[in-house]
Design a protein around this ligand. Structure first.
Ligand code: ADP
Length: 630
């Protein structure tokens, strides 16, 4: 409403000003009164029957007159023509603009300006003859009265345009007009019209300038820089996670004198990481996600998202997937599914520690302990308790199923319940730590390699000779030999722990990052033994990966973040499985193993064929200037 009225108000205002200037010039130049009529129609076209108001004609006349009018600011751009046309059409269609002038325009203005002319002449003569101005004749008196009456009438005439401005465009029409003409203006109104292109630009500009420091922000930044406000308290203090991240970031830049340009701030939902994924955020790191696949696993196809910055990795895994696909697919078997936590407790004597060990491992006690443990969650179900003694210290390894969660929190809560319960019978038990490293989490450990942790999966495929030759560009005998000397013997020589593979951790890490897993659990999740054997009279290749501790979940942690959740969705394992709790996480573990199988096949083939260095030189070597820039 305001927008559609403003240009006409501006026009009228401008016209009033011009009229005032014009009249004063006119009076001093002694022009005959009728001449002004023609000029007036320039300023008040909507009130003039003498001017053609058909579409666009006003614009043309304006253009013509503008050249004669020095100092006038009637400026319209070609883009405004459509608006002008629309408004002019309304003017033509509407009889309302002349409703307030029943007297014919020509007669009225002739009388009015004749009166003005007569009075001004009389005024000049009185000044010349030194006659007092208040001494007036009857004719002059009549002229003055008529003049004032005309003025009042004229005010109504001009006022009419203001009054009529509101109903001039009725609401419905206005909406229609607003669609086609952003401002409903006959002349440009740059301050109000924001063309679509400009709007888009402004929005992008806003995104870019959202990082502008406001006065309020500046105060908080200074408080953080000076140490008055602890950086960690910004979220709770401000109640706005994004703003907290921005302020922390600027404060950090000032404190360190280092720029964080290149580390994006925009594009992450900071509320979604609060209290769950990351504290004191200042931005996020971008890692490209590539897709390997389809991986044909257990008769189903999976497009495997891999977040990595290592050139060749996705391409190589993709080639492995191709070989598996051409061979009829891979098969996976879940051997075990249980997350572990092992607290360390201490007694005064080794005897007392051993007593607890026997108590915990006694099958008759399991049911009671399980019911205590299981109170912690709908999904956590105690499976086994294994103990190890070191002197008078006891390490108790609890294993439980955790549904679709990776399960560290779940198992920890269950363990806490059991330890509290045990205090009744073993009051001399001193709980040293809820985690005693016999779990074992995020460290290479034989216990995981032997007992398993999380999901234990074996995955296999038989790759026919022709696929080995055509897709993998090598032969079965070379692969088998290489596997024996590298993955088995070579790793044994190196004293490897679970590292009997070519590069399982490459695939595990990339899939973990893409799907929101805990990347630190790559350590034990990458435990893998790759086996290769010639089968079917030595023609085809049997390849398998055995991975005892794949620790994955599809709920909790980073899995709920938008990007990671999208990758889980791509695999069809997003969130909790509605039909069978834990099925999504188990499926994800199988996909990890299947992808590792593909990765092993491809890399081993590349090494066997002597392609490794060549392909890495092509895809993996930086040819850019990597000297540090600050
Ligand atoms: P973790 O134990 O892996 O650290 P969290 O404790 O952060 O995971 O997330 C598990 C949470 O998700 C628990 O509160 C659990 O009750 C809930 N949850 C909902 N559905 C499932 C499911 N299908 N499996 C496991 N946990 C689930």
């Amino acid at each position: 409403m305001i927008q559609s009225r403003c240009p006409r108000d501006k026009t009228n205002l401008l016209a009033h000003k011009l009229l005032a200037v014009y009249l004063s010039i006119y009076i001093h130049s002694n022009q005959p009164p009728f001449l002004i009529l023609e000029q007036l129609t320039i300023f008040y076209p909507q009130h003039s029957k003498g001017i053609d108001l058909r579409k666009g004609s006003f614009v043309k006349q304006m253009d013509a007159k503008r050249k004669d009018m020095q100092g006038a600011h009637f400026d319209h751009q070609s883009d405004d023509h459509q608006m002008v046309k629309a408004v002019n059409k309304k003017m033509v269609d509407s009889p309302k603009s002349f409703d307030g002038i029943p007297v014919p325009m020509g007669i009225f203005f002739t009388v009015f300006f004749s009166l003005v002319y007569y009075l001004l002449i009389r005024w000049r003569e009185k000044i010349r003859n030194s006659t007092p101005l208040h001494v007036v004749t009857m004719t002059e008196m009549a002229a003055i009265i008529t003049f004032f009456a005309s003025c009042i009438y004229l005010l109504g005439f001009f006022g009419m345009s203001f009054v009529q401005a509101t109903p001039f465009i009725d609401t419905e029409e206005e909406e229609e007009l607003d669609e086609t003409t952003p401002c409903g203006a006959a002349v440009s109104c740059e301050s109000d019209i924001v063309p679509v292109k400009q709007v888009v630009k402004k929005e992008t500009e806003m995104a870019a300038t959202e990082t502008i420091v406001t006065k309020e922000d500046e105060e908080v930044i200074q408080a953080v820089v000076s140490g008055k406000t602890p950086s960690y308290s910004l979220e709770s203090k401000l109640g706005d996670c994004k703003r907290a991240a921005f302020i922390r970031r600027v404060a950090l830049e000032r404190i360190t004198g280092k720029s964080l340009d290149g580390l994006p701030l925009e594009g992450l939902d900071y509320e979604s990481i609060l209290g769950q994924c990351c504290e004191m955020p200042v931005g996020y790191v971008q890692i490209p996600v590539g897709i390997a696949g389809p991986l044909l696993l257990d008769g189903k196809e999976f497009s495997v998202p891999m977040a990595t910055t290592e050139g060749c990795l996705v391409a190589s895994t993709n080639r492995g997937c191709k070989a598996i696909y051409a061979s009829g697919g891979a098969t996976s078997i879940l051997l075990k599914d249980g997350m572990t936590r092992a607290p360390v407790v201490r007694f005064a004597t080794a005897k007392r520690a051993a007593e607890l060990k026997f108590f915990l491992e006694e099958p008759l006690n399991f049911e009671t302990l399980a019911s205590v443990f299981n109170k912690s969650s709908r999904f956590g179900r105690l499976q086994t308790i294994r103990c190890a003694i070191a002197g008078k210290n006891l390490y108790i390894r609890f294993t439980c199923s955790t549904g679709d969660a990776m399960g560290m929190n779940m198992v920890s809560k269950g363990v806490q319940n059991v330890l509290e319960y045990l205090h009744a019978d073993f009051p001399d038990m001193d709980v040293i730590g809820i985690s005693g490293n016999y779990c074992s989490d995020k460290k290479p450990a034989a216990v995981n390699w032997i007992e398993g942790r999380g999901k234990s999966v074996v995955c296999e495929a038989i790759i026919p000779e022709e696929v080995v030759n055509k897709v993998l560009k090598t032969n079965v005998a070379s692969l088998v030999e290489l596997n024996m000397l590298k993955n088995l013997t070579g790793s044994a020589m190196a004293g490897a722990l679970g590292g009997f593979n070519a590069h399982a951790s490459n695939i595990v890490s990339a899939v973990y990052l893409a799907t929101g897993q805990d990347p630190a659990q790559n350590v034990e999740s990458s435990h893998c033994i790759t086996m290769m054997e010639a089968v079917n009279d030595g023609r085809d290749l049997h390849v398998s990966v055995t991975m005892p501790s794949i620790e994955v979940g599809t709920v909790g942690g980073g899995t709920q973040l938008a990007s990671q959740s999208a990758c889980l969705n791509l695999l069809g394992v997003k969130g909790a499985n509605k039909e069978s709790a834990g099925e999504n996480a188990r499926q994800l573990a199988k996909v990890v193993a299947g992808s590792v199988l593909a990765g092993e096949l491809s890399l081993m083939s590349a090494i066997a064929a002597g392609q490794l260095v060549k392909s890495h030189m092509k895809y993996n070597r930086s040819n850019k200037d990597v000297s540090a820039k600050h």
